[in-house]
Design a protein around this ligand. Structure first.
Ligand SMILES: Cc1cc2nc3c(=O)[nH]c(=O)nc-3n(C[C@H](O)[C@H](O)[C@H](O)COP(=O)(O)OP(=O)(O)OC[C@H]3O[C@@H](n4cnc5c(N)ncnc54)[C@H](O)[C@@H]3O)c2cc1C
Length: 292
């Protein structure tokens, strides 16, 4: 298996920031994935899986870990009756098209979530009142010791979290879908995407939601908007003028710029609402938010 060095995380994340990965493997099968995980154990390297990097912020100095991206068979999709079996590295967009082509519905909610099916399990991604927990039948989880199918109960999916730990990689996912005419799927997807474009910065470089919605009636975006944060800028990072729970790379942003904006946003939300916002975006490469 080929191990690459020096590949910049800015090329592997949608926000386009981050320094080089110490090591990068692109396994194309479960056997190659297990080999990569054993390599990490032997070399005492932490493991970081990167899907489409659409909810990921990486340190500017680099990531001292084995970064794994799933390719080949691990990004392929098969259909078995009403089940869609997708590699952990298969994109949501391609999976949704495949489901539609064989008249399977239930995955439409993911049309505007620009990630992979494996990343969706880890984050229990969701939109429009549905999330991965509604459709995951089981997932093949690989570790350095081998691979096992795990149940939704074992995954313990809840709002933007799962029980998956570092070093556990979702290699394949079985999604339980339902028969639906392709035309109906197409109509739903067009409506959801149109809705998305009016409320979120879909044509900018972002990493999706910055913070989770806190308990209560006011979402994180509305809260940050009420704090007057829309349009705030630090370096090349900008709080989206369209939706305050998004940070845009307005040109030349660094991850440090993004973190500095997050610190300011959390401080203001705490001051005005007494709420400690919890980040949704995953941090790698030594980043952290200082306690308030
Ligand atoms: C414009 C935009 C809109 C978005 N809208 C939504 C939305 O509506 N709802 C929503 O929930 N999210 C949304 N997101 C965030 C993001 O798309 C989701 O969290 C997505 O599921 C992340 O998938 P990914 O493959 O890109 O994972 P990454 O961002 O690459 O990684 C996220 C986390 O998952 C882990 N991971 C990735 N792949 C695997 C794997 N195979 N096995 C184990 N762990 C893995 C990573 O290590 C990391 O901890 C949006 C993002 C953008 C940029």
């Amino acid at each position: 298996m080929n191990i690459e060095t020096g590949v910049s995380l800015s090329k592997l994340t949608t926000i386009g920031t981050g320094g080089p990965a110490k090591a990068l493997a692109r396994p194309r099968s479960v056997a190659e994935l297990e080999e990569a995980l054993r390599f990490a154990v032997t070399e005492a390297l932490e493991v970081v899986v990167v899907g489409l990097g659409s909810n990921l912020l990486a340190g500017d100095e680099g990531v001292d870990a084995l970064v794994i991206r799933l390719e080949g068979e691990l990004a392929e999709i098969e259909v078995d009756g009403t089940s869609l079996v997708a590699g952990g590295g298969a994109t949501n967009a391609v999976s949704l098209h495949r489901a539609r082509d064989v008249s399977l519905g239930g995955f439409e909610f993911a049309c505007a979530i620009p990630g992979t099916v494996g990343g969706g399990v880890k984050m229990n991604a969701g939109a429009y009142g549905r999330d991965w927990s509604d459709i995951v039948a089981r997932a093949l989880v690989a570790t350095a010791e081998g691979s096992d199918w795990v149940t939704p109960d074992e995954l313990d999916l809840s709002y933007r979290r799962s029980a998956l730990r570092a070093g556990q990689v979702v290699a394949r996912v079985e999604l339980r879908l339902e028969p639906r005419p392709p035309e109906a799927i197409r109509t739903t997807v067009s409506e959801l995407i149109a809705q998305r474009k009016t409320t979120q910065p879909t044509n900018k470089r972002t990493f999706g939601s910055v913070f989770k919605n806190p308990p209560g009636d006011i979402g994180a975006g509305r809260m940050l908007e009420l704090c007057g944060l829309k349009g705030n800028r630090i370096g090349g990072a900008l709080i989206s003028p369209k939706h305050a729970n998004f940070i845009e790379n307005a040109g030349g942003a660094t991850s440090a710029d993004c973190v500095a904006l997050m610190v300011e946003a959390r401080r203001r939300a705490h001051e005005q609402f007494g709420i400690v916002l919890e980040r949704e975006v995953a941090f790698i490469g030594g980043l952290e938010l200082p306690p308030l």
